[in-house]
Design a protein around this ligand. Structure first.
Ligand SMILES: Cc1cc2nc3c(=O)[nH]c(=O)nc-3n(C[C@H](O)[C@H](O)[C@H](O)COP(=O)(O)O)c2cc1C
Length: 399
């Protein structure tokens, strides 16, 4: 898979730099064309000649060094299939998060539109510092893939989180990104997203804060990975992805009807929409006027249950639900999974400020029908979508 790909490796001045030698060598052995960009500080730890020898290509350190191609950072950025920064210092991460372009590596990163993979390595306190965590979050929100550092022995002699991820893990992440993957080719997928709106009268409704970002990311990633995708959305605050079939609905009932119209078509249904569980039993005609009403009591009735209805009609389909929970999310979600006959449920605690409604990140747990639980770190909603499709693919592969 790496054969014929051009991979830029950005190397900064972490003590884990010696592992980058192995990374470059492995990538080259697997057929990739590798160019190494080093920060000036990195050259104080390892000589550029080492990477030159290992990659078989000149190493770029100084933007202003006279050479034939004086805008090599742009040429390389355009040619790259991926830019991998390993090891990434706290400093480089901060620069990328803020768009600083003051050396060859950071300037190339800014000019590059290929997928960005960052493998941080640093002392635990540097990694856990709110500034670093914020910068990592900014980069994730922009779509960068972060290969989380591992716990273990650090150069300071302490043990903690901050060790560069294993070379195997970095390479498998590169492969996953490059596979970019048409691995869902031929899949027929229906995704629901956004909030439903249940009318009270002609101008008012009951709804919830769902922005549709999670569902839209799931549809977008499935499309990119080759699936045929139908997105059925309620109210969403983001644009639907291009090239995805799109049906707009308003109420829970409309959304369920839209899904049932296609019930024999899809193989996988991911219901990320926040569908109202209750709706006003009666919808007032026109507008309820304050002057004509002294107080208002709404009688609510349950809406039809989308996932349970689909399960009745399609015992063979792969069904994924979402559970927005308050507090510890696993128990309530597992109960929902069983009650609705789901294959997989994605649970999150929506009371966390960086997770759930409206924000660009999510902190999720995958719970499978066999009871296995996988806790994900804080990730961008796109990265959650990638992981979700990996999980669905893995689980469907077992059938
Ligand atoms: C021996 C040595 C090891 C270092 N290891 C790390 C490290 O693992 N992670 C990190 O973020 N900074 C580390 N630093 C600090 C960075 O080198 C320093 O912040 C530097 O300014 C970063 O420059 P650069 O990002 O341009 O390479 C180390 C410094 C020294 C002297």
């Amino acid at each position: 898979m790496l054969k014929g790909k051009t991979i830029l490796i950005g190397v900064s001045s972490s003590i884990a730099i010696f592992k980058a030698c192995e990374l470059v060598s492995q990538l080259r052995q697997r057929g990739a064309t590798v160019y190494v960009l080093m920060t000036q500080n990195a050259t104080k730890l390892i000589a550029p000649l080492t990477f030159h020898a290992l990659s078989g290509n000149p190493v770029i350190v100084d933007l202003f060094e006279p050479k034939e191609n004086s805008i090599q950072h742009v040429t390389l950025a355009d040619r790259a299939d991926a830019l991998v920064i390993a090891p990434a210092t706290a400093n480089v991460i901060a620069k990328l998060a803020n768009g600083i372009a003051d050396d060859a590596l950071s300037t190339t990163a800014l000019a590059c539109r290929a997928p960005l993979i960052i493998a941080p390595a640093m002392e635990t306190k540097m990694w856990e510092h709110p500034a670093t965590q914020r910068n990592i979050q900014v980069l994730r929100e922009r779509g960068a893939i972060v290969v989380e550092p591992e716990e273990g022995w650090l150069a300071s002699g302490k043990v903690g989180k901050g060790r560069l991820a294993s070379i195997d893990k970095i390479i498998s992440t590169i492969e996953r990104v490059l596979e970019r993957k048409r691995d869902l080719l031929g899949w027929k997928v229906l995704v629901t997203a956004g909030a439903t709106r249940e009318p009270i009268d002609a101008v008012r409704f009951i709804s919830n804060p769902s922005s549709g970002k999670m569902g839209v990311a799931i549809a977008e990633v499935a499309k990119e990975r080759g699936a045929e995708v139908l997105l059925v959305a309620g109210h969403i605050e983001v644009s639907p992805p291009e090239n995805v079939k799109f049906e707009k609905t308003r109420t829970a009932e409309e959304m369920i009807e839209a899904v049932l119209r296609h019930v024999d078509w899809f193989e996988v249904l991911v219901s990320a929409a926040a569908i109202a569980d209750f709706r006003p039993k009666q919808v007032a005609e026109g507008k309820i006027r304050r002057s004509e009403t002294r107080g208002l009591t709404l009688e609510l009735e349950p809406t039809p249950d989308l996932l349970a209805t689909v399960r009745d009609r399609r015992p063979d389909a792969f069904l994924v639900g979402f559970a927005a929970e308050i507090g510890e999310p696993t128990r309530g979600a597992l109960e929902k999974l069983k009650r609705k006959g789901l294959d997989l449920i994605v649970a999150n605690d929506v009371t966390q400020p960086d997770s759930g409604f409206g924000v660009d990140t999510n902190r999720c747990v995958f719970i499978s029908a066999d009871g296995s639980v996988e806790q994900l770190p804080l990730l961008s909603k796109r990265e959650v979508a990638e992981r979700l499709w990996d999980k669905i693919k893995e689980m469907r592969g077992k059938f």
